[in-house]
Design a protein around this ligand. Structure first.
Ligand code: C5P
Length: 307
């Protein structure tokens, strides 16, 4: 069927970006600029935010939450990371009507804000016909946040520096995840601060991602499960101690391994297959109201609709 476009819809462009999990998150002692040196391996997983942009003389951003995120606190007017994208790309002079359709848990350690920033970069660059070269988009992404370059490229990638220097990693596996969001949320800076308190003698060099990189070369979830590593997990658990019991419960329900995602508090469970993941999600349903299924790796920011 050929879809007839209504005038009011004309010129709407939608870009999708995915959530991430950190398969390895090695964290070193804070640098002079306050950021922590990282050796991390990101994997993009199939939870998505969609950013739609349309021509407008004014700048306006609205957020529409998936039903399961209802009640989540959102940034106030002018405080969304997407507002910064508009300023950086448009110099504060261009207008657009922006709608963020959120499905990625907010303040959850899955880089939902970074996904919105990456999707907005791609969408506004197209809307305003700027033709920004990829290297420049990546440099702008790094200014917006440590995880934003990865949200642009997606797939599986190693992140160095403060996480913004991304190198794609060959990943031929398919991985099934159960994602358990936590409505309490955690502030990323607060988790890093707790990490500094818990590990005042952290080495300057972050723990190497080599075990995870080797496991990925086999494409085998069992090997990857053994190699998963997150230096921020003790800090997240120190702030929200009941996460530990959730991780144990997921493993008791059949997950190969449960870890806190990034700075948390979302917990993610790597499973042998999508069927196994469904069984783990069903089991965790007894203790948590919301469990989501995801697969990875998936694509980075990409156009899904042009109306
Ligand atoms: O780069 P981004 O804006 O996502 O970082 C948010 C906060 O997380 C930083 O202000 C910092 O407190 C902390 N952070 C860090 N080291 C990193 C990345 C983030 O300390 N490598």
């Amino acid at each position: 069927m050929i879809r007839r476009l209504e005038d009011s819809e004309a010129g709407v462009l939608t870009v999708r970006a995915s959530a991430k999990v950190n398969l390895h998150l090695g964290v070193g002692a804070p640098r002079e600029d306050g950021f922590h040196p990282l050796d991390t391996v990101y994997q993009a997983v199939s939870l998505y935010d969609d950013v739609s942009v349309a021509e407008s003389s004014e700048w306006a951003v609205e957020t529409v939450l998936s039903p399961y995120l209802a009640g989540t606190a959102l940034p106030g007017p002018g405080e969304n990371i997407v507002d910064r994208v508009g300023e950086l790309l448009g110099g504060g002079e261009r207008g657009a009507s922006v709608r963020i359709g959120k499905s990625i848990p907010v303040a959850g350690g899955m880089a939902g804000g970074s996904a919105d920033a990456a999707a907005a970069l791609v969408a506004l660059d197209r809307l305003w016909d700027l033709g920004t070269p990829d290297e420049e988009l990546l440099a702008l992404a790094a200014r917006l946040g440590s995880d934003v370059p990865f949200a642009l490229i997606g797939g599986t990638a190693r992140g160095l520096g403060r996480g913004e220097q991304v190198v794609p990693v060959a990943d031929h596996g398919d991985y099934a995840w159960v994602v358990v969001p936590d409505p309490r949320g955690l502030s990323t800076p607060a988790v890093y601060r707790r990490y500094d308190e818990l590990f005042p003698d952290a080495p300057a060099e972050p723990a190497s991602a080599s075990r995870v990189l080797e496991a990925l070369s086999y494409g085998d979830p069992g090997r990857l499960a053994l190699a998963l590593h997150n230096d921020l997990e003790p800090a997240a658990i120190d702030l929200l101690p009941d996460l530990e019991a959730l991780l144990e419960r997921g493993e008791a329900e059949g997950a190969l391994r449960g870890i806190v995602s990034g700075s948390g508090p979302t917990c993610v469970f790597l499973c042998e297959s999508t069927e196994a993941a469904q069984a783990v999600a069903d089991g965790l349903g007894a203790v948590r109201p919301l469990t989501l299924l995801a697969v990875g790796p998936v694509a980075g920011a990409h156009v899904v609709e042009v109306l």
